[in-house]
Design a protein around this ligand. Structure first.
Ligand code: HEM
Length: 291
């Protein structure tokens, strides 16, 4: 929100928040350099190393000449790309799950619907009433209640509460608003997820009806309406992987544990680049005995 001229000056003079940012950036670069070094130090068995290479992100870039500088070293662009992945994939998932569990604690009937959905998969996995059960991505992929509970929570508490765009050329938006080259457009996803005009009368309630059809199937909702992962050519590249990851985590936690909010604890959003929960979620988590 600070005018560009101000932060650029602070950056040049190495003062204020820009000084802190520069220190943080060099720490992140050190971490990324260490990650790249570890990847090639041969400390793991060859087969294992090969297997790891198939799944970790660094390898997709390290052999690409576009990410190597004139001296054959990883370029600044490589560092920026890997740091971007860390930002894109960590706090977004963490904050989404925090708000989701808050919503589930407040709506125990939705927690029960999820457990009913998980029951057929879990029952043939557990040997006794205390066994912890985990769920594979291919098992959670078709689960509609887990999906609906997740997306509904993300609509009310979008992890990235504001989308920022810069206008490339003078234009008129479909709404009739004129925009000029260089202007900034801020779209509040937080407000949009709570607008009656977009979502109807019960727009602020945590209800799953809008996502699950009467025949029990998931309803299609356009990504231009549900904007948490952005829409169009600059949509989130990690949408699928993060949904797969989050659905498996939700399934395991909801199946194995009961939750209770700590008495007197007040939940408040903390607006920032990521919509965090001020002071985190204070809840008691108890192992569930499955009858
Ligand atoms: C709950 C989880 C996540 C949410 C809500 C989310 C949301 C978003 C949003 C809104 C954008 C668009 C930003 C913009 O251009 O304005 C974006 C971009 C991106 N996301 Fe995610 N993200 C999530 C998880 C992930 C994960 C796990 C990864 C990687 C493993 C990832 C990788 C990316 C990348 C690379 C982009 C840039 C795409 C581009 O500019 O072309 N995201 N994400």
């Amino acid at each position: 929100m600070v005018p560009a001229s101000c932060w650029k000056l602070m950056k040049r003079l190495k003062i204020g928040p820009e000084r802190k940012l520069a220190a943080a950036q060099s720490e992140l670069c050190r971490f990324v350099a260490e990650m790249m070094e570890k990847r090639g130090d041969g400390s793991v068995h060859m087969d294992e190393q090969q297997e790891n290479r198939n799944v970790e992100i660094v390898s997709s870039y390290i052999d690409d000449p576009e990410y190597i500088d004139d001296h054959g070293k990883p370029s600044g662009f490589m560092y920026a790309t890997l740091i971007n992945y860390m930002f894109a994939g960590r706090d977004t998932v963490g904050t989404t799950l925090t708000w989701l569990f808050y919503n589930l604690i407040k709506h125990p009937h939705i927690m029960s619907s999820i457990r009913r959905e998980l029951s057929p998969i879990a029952m043939h996995k557990a040997n006794n009433s205390t066994t912890m059960v985990t769920f594979e991505p291919e098992e959670t992929e078709p689960l509609v209640y887990v999906h609906a509970a997740l997306f509904k929570s993300m609509r009310l508490y979008p992890p990235g509460p504001i989308e920022r765009k810069t206008v490339m050329t003078d234009d008129v938006l479909p709404s009739g608003h004129k925009v000029r080259r260089g202007e900034t457009i801020l779209i509040s996803l937080y407000s949009m997820g709570r607008m009656e005009g977009v979502w109807g009368k019960d727009c602020t309630e945590y209800r799953l009806e809008r996502w699950v059809k009467e025949d029990g199937k998931l309803l299609y909702v356009s990504s231009y309406k549900f904007l948490a992962f952005n829409a169009g050519p600059r949509s989130c590249l990690g949408k699928h992987i993060s949904v797969v990851q989050m659905k498996s985590i939700i399934a395991a936690i909801v199946w194995n544990f009961n939750f209770e909010m700590v008495a007197g604890y007040v939940v408040e959003p903390k607006p920032s680049v990521v919509l965090k929960m001020k002071n985190g979620l204070c809840a008691k988590i108890l192992k569930r005995r499955i009858k």
